[in-house]
Design a protein around this ligand. Structure first.
Ligand SMILES: NC(=O)c1ccc[n+]([C@@H]2O[C@H](COP(=O)([O-])OP(=O)(O)OC[C@H]3O[C@@H](n4cnc5c(N)ncnc54)[C@H](O)[C@@H]3O)[C@@H](O)[C@H]2O)c1
Length: 328
């Protein structure tokens, strides 16, 4: 048993990534304070942690100041999927920007280390492949995705200004597409969308011709990267790409999910939404060099675990979950 436990604040702790992070930190022996306004997060995601005496959940919106005493802050609060962040775009920008100011202010007051969950979306529709951290991006500041992309870019600016102006100990992770259990079933992200459609026997909606590629990181790998980055000394601050560089065409992903779920769903094509990037792939050289980190979970294994999670959810809802996995 640890005599002194680190006190760690996770904003957005009831969300997909946040709940896995809380779990990981508790396993490491930390005291965890989960703060969330439950906009996209769910109490179900953290229900299994509530009985742990080293876990505490607090309903709070990060656009308002927070006064707590902790040693480290992981700032994850922000809806991450286009359907959710475009639902109330003004609130999305406020969450990124005012949320960052509030959390950085807290870190400054109490001398805590703070890590920002930034995103590959800061690169916009990139003209450089794979994306390295020094690439400045190609973001449309006026489009429907801008509330998220520009909000996150401004948050990064604030982190570096708090470092320069107030010597706050910052870390900035640029997270690429991550998937796994506890993704929101209706978030419209490609992995959860395809799996839910396949399990329900609905048409699989492919935007464009499906030749656009994505690279998917399994949640356990991603969390391991975030925790390693937080544990580094003051000289390592990022921004640092964390993601899986193995690319797959979206059509191939759809076909694989149909096969793994044993579904009879058909693939139907829809027009591409505006500003949808054609390709997105991280260069993870920096994370490999500075954290000794790289992803380990193969897509097939990660998909199997994610399908099992959604299958149980669909079964609970009494849906058409009786389909047997063909390859799982
Ligand atoms: N999942 C990914 O692939 C991915 C990729 C890049 C970046 N990220 C970043 O990682 C973080 C977590 O993403 P996720 O996939 O877990 O998304 P998520 O939507 O599941 O989690 C976000 C959490 O933040 C909470 N939240 C939103 N606004 C809030 C507010 N104003 N105050 C308090 N809580 C608030 C939500 O209720 C939710 O629990 C986000 O900041 C996101 O931008 C995720």
């Amino acid at each position: 048993m640890k005599l002194t436990r680190k006190r760690v604040l996770v904003t957005g702790g009831a969300g997909f990534l946040g709940s896995h992070l809380c779990e990981h930190l508790l396993r490491d022996g930390d005291d965890v304070l989960c703060v969330d306004n439950y906009f996209t997060g769910r109490k179900d995601n953290i229900a299994h942690l509530i009985a742990n005496p080293h876990f505490e959940a607090m309903r709070h919106d990060v656009t308002f100041p927070l006064y707590v005493e902790v040693d480290e802050i992981y700032n994850l609060a922000c809806p991450a999927s286009p359907v959710h962040y475009q639902f109330d775009p003004v609130q999305t920008t406020k969450t990124s920007v005012i949320g960052a100011i509030n959390m950085l202010g807290l870190a400054k007051r109490i001398g805590a280390k703070i890590l920002q969950a930034s995103t590959s979306e800061v690169y916009g529709d990139p003209t450089v492949h794979p994306q390295t951290e020094d690439y400045r991006g190609n973001v449309n500041p006026l489009g429907p995705r801008a509330c998220y992309d520009e909000g996150k870019r401004c948050a990064e600016t604030l982190f570096f200004d708090y470092l320069r102006q107030h010597r706050v100990k910052i870390k900035v992770a640029r997270i690429f597409n991550t998937y796994g259990p506890r993704m929101h079933p209706n978030d419209g992200r490609v992995v959860s969308n395809f799996i839910m459609q396949a399990l329900r026997g609905e048409d699989i909606t492919l935007y464009g011709d499906g030749s656009q590629t994505r690279a998917f990181c399994y949640v356990d790998d991603l969390i391991d990267g975030l925790v390693r980055l937080m544990a580094t000394g003051d000289a390592i601050i990022g921004p640092m790409n964390i993601g899986n560089p193995r690319e797959i065409a979206v059509r191939e992903l759809a076909e694989r999910i149909i096969r793994m779920t044993g579904s009879s769903s058909r693939i139907v094509k829809l027009p591409l939404p505006p500003d949808d990037p054609a390709q997105r792939c991280p260069d993870i050289g920096l994370a490999q060099a500075q954290l000794g980190w790289q992803p380990h979970v193969a897509l097939e294994d990660g998909l199997r675990r994610t399908i099992a999670y959604f299958r149980a959810m669909v079964a609970e809802q009494g849906g058409a979950a009786a389909m047997q996995p063909a390859t799982a």
